[in-house]
Design a binder for this molecule. Structure first.
Ligand code: NAI
Length: 244
């Protein structure tokens, strides 16, 4: 018996990187997984790797109607949703004075509004069944801020406030809501960082290595499982000790 046997999980931004690792890890833990990305073809590249049941689904998390359809489609195909992982996220980095309106809006719409859209769409079902886990993938920069990432850091700080608020609202209904705040994880998102910036970051990581998507997937698996039954409203920082 695995800890997520007979459970249904939804992972947004599941086509690659951290989201893919989370989807596969929850699958290994026994869950049936709906892998969500804007493109169904790309989501399928992960869904095809799942060990157990699951499927790929196209949904832009920034679109509230698509998120309502998402919740209905998953419930119809796999059953009621037990676990939601809000992982979809984007960056549009620039220093404040060069940050365009559309860069601000795009990042807030996907990273923060997106989590609101999906969470609202699944919360009612979880509340009715008096059980559920929601994990929001934030970032350490939501705690510390970061030069050149005012939009991204604001979205992730917002996500942490959202996590704590929703955790308080849903606790009485048995729904646990937590955030994971990754540090520097090697994915497509961080691949373009200049060598100098990488070196400077590396110096700040006590564990002496960059993180992997699997490091985050392990933390998410913990927060979805029985060992985390008494944890809600928390931010689990997974960053090799960078921020203490
Ligand atoms: P990535 O860029 O490799 O993957 C992001 C995923 O989100 C992709 O599958 C993309 O298609 C999807 N996505 C983007 N916008 C979407 C939308 N509107 N609707 C649905 N899906 C959408 O990024 P990575 O590195 O895997 O990041 C995953 C999460 O972890 C993000 O929320 C990111 O902010 C967060 N994070 C990443 C860190 C890192 O060092 N890589 C550090 C801290 C947080």
């Amino acid at each position: 018996m695995r800890e997520l046997d007979s459970q249904v999980a939804v992972v947004t931004g599941g086509s690659r990187g951290i989201g893919r690792a989370i989807a596969l890890e929850l699958g290994r833990a026994g869950a049936a997984v709906a892998v969500v990305a804007r493109s169904e073809d790309r989501a399928r590249e992960t869904a095809d790797l799942l060990e157990g049941p699951g499927f790929a689904l196209a949904c832009d998390v920034a679109d509230p109607d698509e998120c309502k359809d998402l919740a209905a489609a998953v419930t119809e195909r796999l059953g009621p949703i037990d676990v939601l992982v809000n992982n979809a996220g984007i960056t549009r980095d620039n220093i404040l004075v060069r940050l365009k309106d559309e860069d601000w809006d795009a990042v807030l719409e996907t990273n923060l509004r997106g989590a609101f859209n999906t969470t609202r769409a699944v919360a009612r079902g979880m509340m009715k069944r008096r059980s559920g886990r929601i994990i929001n993938i934030a970032s350490v920069v939501g705690l510390t801020g970061n030069r050149g990432q005012a939009n991204y850091a604001a979205s992730k700080a917002g996500l942490i406030g959202f996590t704590k608020s929703v955790a308080q609202e849903l606790a009485a209904r048995g729904v646990l809501v937590n955030a994971v705040a990754p540090g520097f994880i090697e994915t497509d998102m961080t691949a373009d960082l200049p060598e100098e910036a990488r070196d400077a970051l590396f110096e700040r990581i006590p564990l002496g290595r960059f993180g992997t998507s699997q490091d985050i997937a392990g933390a998410v698996r913990f927060l979805t499982g029985p060992a985390a039954a008494y944890i809600t409203g928390q931010v689990l920082v997974v960053d090799g000790g960078m921020v203490m």
